[in-house]
Design a protein around this ligand. Structure first.
Ligand code: BYC
Ligand code: FE
Ligand code: FE
Length: 472
């Protein structure tokens, strides 16, 4: 099952050639996908040779193959993790029954909605990152951007496969809609807010891959627990690709932070900006912006949707099978800080209704680990500055805290107080203008822009100086 059929027009490990109708439907979608890629994928570079990895098998033993590929020739296809014929549902109300190989009629609409929401983020991110190639700080970073982009394109394929295979006419219509919405478009925006925000500089790109792709990791992991087995197996394989996206974000931020600290040390006034770097307070404001938008991606703290998804065995917790011993989540509760008369008080909510928050907790923990590592790098360079994650209540537009105002520490404040501090807490027009002035392309092998440190190692054992993108 691990082996991928690269002979057919659509590479796959799902025996697509055995289902002619499905194959024909996907082959009709394929040219529409490719025209979307030409229109909304990376601006330029489409005829260049890029050192990319391609999946060669979906099993555990080294699935990646590295070679020069032109992006439009990338073999986008359908790869699911290997099936377990004995797999049983392991949480929620259907626990103990065999996993579903088809969609139960009563869950058709919810499942379609989850798959469409997931699928929508993938092309959205490619659209958001469309201009970044023109200002890449190095060939290494340029290559990583394009690797992320082609894989997000493949993640769209993964969701479209599910829509075409299991949701009939409606699924095919949704697959077309996924190519019709546009990030940031007023009339036909992408579904989730974070995916309509512009991402036109590399500090934002690294924040995005650090925080938005990490939401992807947690959502995919929750769906990898699903009773709907094809969804679970698709998400499992997507997670193997996701790891690199998170690496790009985490190390990208670490390299900017390290360089910022170095430049501040070099400057007589400790001013990284004066040395052509991005100062740490600016980085903090970008983090505050992207982190708070990405917290919204987990949905409302208290959510009947979330309770239904868990109860219906559609979406589990992070590591549901491995990390938990109790899998019904009944008769338990979670405590929230709720704003009452201007004060935060504790309130208990049945655990199932709190599942969005349970997932958000794990996400915040992991983000916090990265910030601690970055702070070690800053301290090592002898600088007295600590980055931090803002509170989960800060600058939210979804859920329990959306209607009130909080400072980055999570204390309730007035709207006037928030507005008076907005420019110290969140990236400003002038921050963005400044960052944009630094965004000059550096497309020579071995060279790197001044505002970011080189990576500690290259891709696939290659040195940093390697020609990751051929301009000839
Ligand atoms: N923006 O109970 P609620 C990735 C809506 S990222 C706008 O709060 P629920 C990737 C919600 O739709 C992973 N609207 O929410 C990363 C609902 O609308 P209706 C993407 C929002 O349903 C980087 C209403 O508010 N995957 O893969 O429990 C690059 C109240 O519903 C937002 C998924 O999201 C928002 N932020 O949870 C590439 C997984 N938040 O019904 C890729 C699938 C909520 O009132 N999605 N709303 O019209 C889900 O599981 C859930 O839909 C959500 C929301 C977790 C998103
Ligand atoms: Fe993705
Ligand atoms: Fe990703």
């Amino acid at each position: 099952m691990g082996a991928i059929d690269y002979q057919s027009r659509i590479p796959n490990n799902v025996h697509l050639s055995d289902d002619r109708r499905l194959q024909r439907a996907l082959e009709r979608w394929q040219p529409n996908y490719l025209s979307w890629w030409q229109e909304m994928g990376p601006d330029g570079f489409q005829t260049k040779d890029i050192y990319l990895r391609t999946a060669i098998s979906a099993d555990r033993q080294g699935w990646a193959h590295f070679d020069y590929v032109k992006m439009p020739d990338y073999r986008w296809g359908i790869f699911l993790a290997e099936p377990d014929p004995d797999r049983e549902i392991h949480f929620g109300d259907h626990m103990g029954k065999p996993a579903w190989q088809t969609v139960p009629g009563e869950f058709r609409n919810v499942l379609r909605r989850i798959i469409v929401t997931q699928g929508d983020t993938e092309p959205a991110s490619v659209e958001q990152q469309r201009q970044l190639g023109n200002t890449a700080p190095s060939l290494y970073d340029l290559r990583n951007l394009f690797q992320v982009n082609v894989e997000e394109g493949r993640h769209l394929w993964a969701m479209v496969y599910l829509l075409h295979s299991y949701f009939g006419r409606e699924g095919r219509d949704e697959a077309e809609e996924l190519l019709a919405r546009r990030s940031g478009d007023e009339d036909k925006p992408r579904i989730l807010d974070a995916f309509n925000q512009p991402c036109n500089d590399w500090l934002s790109f690294f924040c995005f891959t650090m925080f938005a792709d990490r939401d992807g990791k947690y959502q995919l992991a929750a769906l990898a627990e699903s009773a709907f087995d094809p969804l679970a197996r698709t998400c499992k394989f997507m997670l193997t690709e996701e790891a690199h996206h998170l690496f790009v974000g985490d190390t990208g931020l670490e390299r900017i932070i390290r360089r910022s600290a170095e430049l501040a040390q070099l400057d007589p006034n400790g001013d990284a900006r004066a040395q052509g770097g991005i100062d740490l307070p600016t980085i903090q404001r970008f983090i505050n912006f992207w982190f708070s938008y990405c917290l919204d991606l987990f949905g409302s703290e208290v959510s009947t949707n979330a309770a239904d998804y868990f109860g219906q065995s559609l979406k589990g917790r992070f590591g549901e099978a491995k990390r938990y011993s109790e899998h019904t989540a009944l008769g338990q509760s979670k405590t929230f800080k709720v704003l009452k008369d201007g004060r935060l008080v504790d309130e208990d909510v049945p655990l199932r209704n709190a599942m969005n928050e349970v997932l958000r907790d794990d996400y915040i923990d992991e983000c916090g680990n990265a910030v601690r590592r970055w702070n070690k790098a800053i301290a090592k360079l002898g600088l007295d500055f600590e980055l931090s994650l803002p509170s989960r209540r800060f600058h939210r537009r979804q859920g329990l805290y959306a209607d009130a105002h909080f400072d980055p520490a999570g204390n309730p404040i007035s709207e006037a107080e928030f507005e008076a501090n907005r420019d110290t807490w969140l990236k400003t027009e002038s921050d963005m203008e400044f960052v944009r002035t630094l965004m000059q392309p550096c497309h020579e092998p071995g060279k790197i822009a001044n505002w970011i440190a080189p990576p500690r190692k290259g891709i696939n054992g290659q040195p940093f100086e390697f020609e990751y993108v051929r301009f000839a």
